[in-house]
Write a protein that binds this ligand. Structure first.
Ligand code: EPU
Length: 418
């Protein structure tokens, strides 16, 4: 059933909220269970549509998956398929994360080549090039990547572009490869570090995760483990902006401030107060929001996954700001929707010029991708009048009960059938 979120804007947020486990850490970590035989236990796994998709894929591959609340147990000793079908990959690109582990465990993989995506072309050429360097033979047949490697051998791999899931895929292939692998210009995102920690608990030998050079010494086999998914830094950042756009005062519990330095910095430049307290971050909005430019970059730079949300804050700021998107070529699809609410934004190439100080007014708008939907909810919270965000299945991919969490903070919003 299609649903929409209805938001009655202009209510100040107050109170405290707890962040869920990180989607983009949980996805590769659940997949890493494919590298072991026996039961792995993962805690703090968020209940999201993308997580259900990856569990379905793991089940289809022959793994046993057992979910109880936020605890997910996975046993891949029965792994008996090497195929990720089109129907799953097209609903979630991160399905390509099974490529590395399947090659490492079974010596072959057949994975649907993901198509384009609302936010950009998003090729996976660097995943494939790296796997070839580890010795895989790769071809494209009928829309599927067919990869084969009787054995993988360590290699020196250089990524032309920093890629998060590319780094994760290669790490998961190299842990069981023979000898030494070096990944250069590796992604440094906290989710990459979280995956490396889980793999090391399984018995892998990885050093340097979190730096641009990751070194991996292959081992014969890995053992099941237990671990806890790190808190979602993008969910945290989204709540921080919610406090900013409603001039609220909220406490965000369970986050890791160190993963949020770029976001905290930009919010402070915008005049928002962010204080570290014993159990989380306190964010207090400012009457006058200051315009500040922002450019998305790989971690530790400002995350592309926060660009749309930050733009809403800048719509309310006291002047002009330039928002540059350097990661994805088409990630301004939220702009035309926010414009329907009265925002003054001009997009030119990879930059958006936001003229702040306009009043946002409620309107019916449409979600187009995960982070764009989050920005529309934020705009709705700030606007005068009622906003209806349709196609909320996009938001359910990556935010756990967002309308409930925001309502708990005093936001007036609810979910209704469309
Ligand atoms: N790229 C290539 N070739 C490749 C791989 C990437 O050209 O083989 C390019 C991409 O097209 C893009 C850039 O490299 O321009 C960076 O993309 P990256 O590979 O890092 O993105 P990803 O791994 O596909 C993850 C997150 C995204 C997040 C990006 C950037 C997961 C499951 N997804 O995607 O999350 O935006 O990193 O930080 O970790 C989201 O959660 O809403 C989301 C889109």
């Amino acid at each position: 059933m299609m649903q929409k979120i209805v938001i009655e804007g202009s209510h100040r947020l107050e109170g405290s909220v707890t962040v869920s486990g990180a989607k983009n850490a949980a996805l590769p970590i659940l997949v890493s269970a494919l590298l072991t035989e026996g039961w792995n236990t993962f805690d703090n796994v968020p209940d999201l549509r993308d997580i259900r998709t990856i569990k379905k894929l793991l089940t289809d591959l022959g793994a046993k998956v057992d979910t109880s609340g936020s605890v997910v147990k996975i046993d891949a000793s029965g792994l008996n398929s090497h195929e990720a079908p089109y129907d799953l990959v097209r609903t979630m690109r991160a399905s390509v994360l099974v490529l590395g582990p399947l090659l490492a465990r079974l010596g072959r993989a057949r994975v649907s080549l993901p198509g384009g995506c609302a936010i950009g072309a998003r090729p996976i050429n660097l995943h494939l090039k790296g796997l070839e360097e580890l010795g895989a033979l790769i071809s494209l047949k009928e829309g599927y990547i067919e990869a084969e490697a009787p054995s993988l051998k360590g290699a020196e791999i250089y990524f032309d572009i920093s890629t998060v899931t590319g780094t994760e895929n290669l790490m998961m292939a190299a842990v069981l490869a023979e000898g030494h692998t070096i990944l250069r210009n590796a992604a440094r995102e906290p989710e990459v570090v979280a995956l490396a920690e889980v793999l090391n608990r399984m018995g892998a030998r990885i050093t340097g995760a979190g730096t641009p050079v990751i070194k991996i010494t292959g081992v014969e086999a890995l053992n099941p483990t237990s671990s806890t998914i790190i808190p979602d830094r993008i969910e945290t950042g989204t709540f921080m902006i919610a406090a900013g756009v409603t001039r609220g005062n909220i406490k965000i519990q369970g986050c890791v401030p160190n993963h949020l330095q770029a976001i905290i910095n930009k919010l402070r430049q915008a005049g928002i107060t962010v204080e570290q307290e014993a159990d989380g971050l306190r964010v207090t909005g400012a009457e006058t929001i200051l315009s500040t430019d922002v450019k998305t970059l790989p971690y530790p730079g400002f995350p592309t996954d926060m660009q749309a949300q930050f733009m809403v804050l800048m719509c309310l700021a006291n002047g002009l700001s330039v928002i540059s998107e350097t990661i994805f070529e088409n990630r301004f699809i939220h702009v035309s929707e926010i414009q329907r609410m009265g925002a003054d934004i001009t997009v030119s190439g990879t930059s958006a010029v936001v003229r702040g100080g306009q009043r946002l007014t409620g309107a019916p708008v449409m979600a187009t991708d995960l982070r764009a939907s989050a920005s529309l909810i934020l705009a709705g919270l700030a606007a005068e009048g009622t906003t209806e965000v349709s196609r909320v299945y996009h938001i359910d991919r990556g935010y756990e009960s967002i309308e409930k969490k925001l309502a708990q903070l005093g936001g007036h919003l609810w979910r209704v059938p469309e």
